[in-house]
Design a protein around this ligand. Structure first.
Ligand SMILES: C[S@@+](CC[C@H](N)C(=O)[O-])C[C@H]1O[C@@H](n2cnc3c(N)ncnc32)[C@H](O)[C@@H]1O
Length: 307
């Protein structure tokens, strides 16, 4: 399919936001190649969501790559990312839970300092297992360049009262390392409007990350003006959120079809990509207005909703 045909954009529900500008850099090609080219520097925060080596179909990646080769490659990517990161800068590395040991190892071997092992508990799906418990989470390891983050914004959220808890919290609660309030974009109905679809209604990229995940990561570990980096940009979720939060961003994606998606997504922001609808959930955060400047032309869509 021609990349120009990729979307089911319905002009009545799509509005323009902004064009790709000097604040967004997008490279088409191999991440290691650009990471070592000297073109990217002063990164404050990196989100790493690589292919997981689980036999998925990628046009430009063998997802059945031998295990040792895969982790050596990851170590090189992480090491080169550290080289272009500011002191105290952050990395969030997402992976399958079964790879936790390897993730921690390659992060350590490439010089990153461990901060948190975040459990992203899926809302809609568990993977059934024959002889062990069904699996219902992914891991995200938060690490920093050096022992202490250059900044960390402690977010408060309006979590609903947990079953068995008696008193509501009028000022919300601080986030912990268990994230069970972000819905993944599963196939079919649950992926909702946020999932980018091709003409026949299928999802354009089955690994598309939810905006709410990137919103949380970017808010926690950066401030406006910072450079946010994604070496496996996919559909560009990181860049789309970074732009709305007035951060600069750099993405690398090897598949030109995905690059076309990212370009369109940034040029014409869909209402489904507007993160202001999530702002109410974070309203108890102390310095929210300084880490989340409201983008004027998006405010028309702003409405308090629960995630
Ligand atoms: C798990 S997906 C990332 C999804 C992304 N987080 C999103 O929200 O859409 C991984 C992406 O890495 C890309 N990729 C694979 N090998 C790559 C490489 N060597 N350099 C850059 N991108 C690569 C794939 O094409 C795929 O789009």
């Amino acid at each position: 399919m021609d990349s120009a045909q990729l979307f089911l954009y319905n002009d009545s529900e799509v509005d323009t936001m902004s064009n790709i500008d000097n604040d967004v850099q997008l490279f088409t090609g191999d991440s290691l190649q650009y990471l070592t080219s000297g073109e990217i520097r002063d990164v404050a925060l990196t989100f790493v969501d690589p292919p997981f080596r689980q036999g998925k179909e990628y046009r430009f990646f063998d997802d059945n790559i031998p295990e040792e080769k895969y982790w050596n490659w990851m170590r090189k990517v992480l090491h080169s990312t550290s080289d272009i990161t500011l002191d105290g800068g952050a990395i969030y590395f997402m992976q399958r839970e079964k790879n936790t040991k390897e993730v921690l190892r390659v992060l350590r071997e490439s010089g990153w300092v461990y901060q948190n092992l975040i459990i992203w508990k899926k809302k809609t799906s568990a993977i059934p297992c024959g002889f062990r418990f069904a699996k219902q989470y992914q891991i995200i390891v938060f690490a920093t360049k050096g022992p202490k983050p250059r900044l960390f914004n402690k977010l408060r959220v309006d979590l609903p009262l947990a079953p068995g808890h008696k008193y509501s919290r009028p000022n919300g609660v601080y986030l912990t390392d268990i994230w069970d309030d972000i819905r993944e974009l599963t196939s079919g109905y649950f992926a909702g409007d946020e999932a980018i679809r091709v003409i026949n209604g299928d999802r354009a990229h089955i690994q598309q990350s939810p905006l709410a995940l990137l919103l949380r990561i970017i808010l926690s570990s950066s401030i406006p003006g910072d450079i946010i980096f994604d070496p496996f940009a996919g559909t560009g979720t990181t860049l789309v959120v970074a732009e709305q939060l007035q951060r600069r961003s750099v993405g690398i994606e090897i598949d030109s079809k995905n690059v076309a998606i990212i370009e369109q997504r940034l040029e014409r922001t869909r209402q489904a990509d507007d993160v202001t609808k999530l702002q109410n959930y974070y309203r108890f955060t102390n310095n929210l207005s300084s880490i989340w400047p409201v983008t004027a032309h998006l405010s028309q869509w702003r409405q308090p909703v629960d995630v």
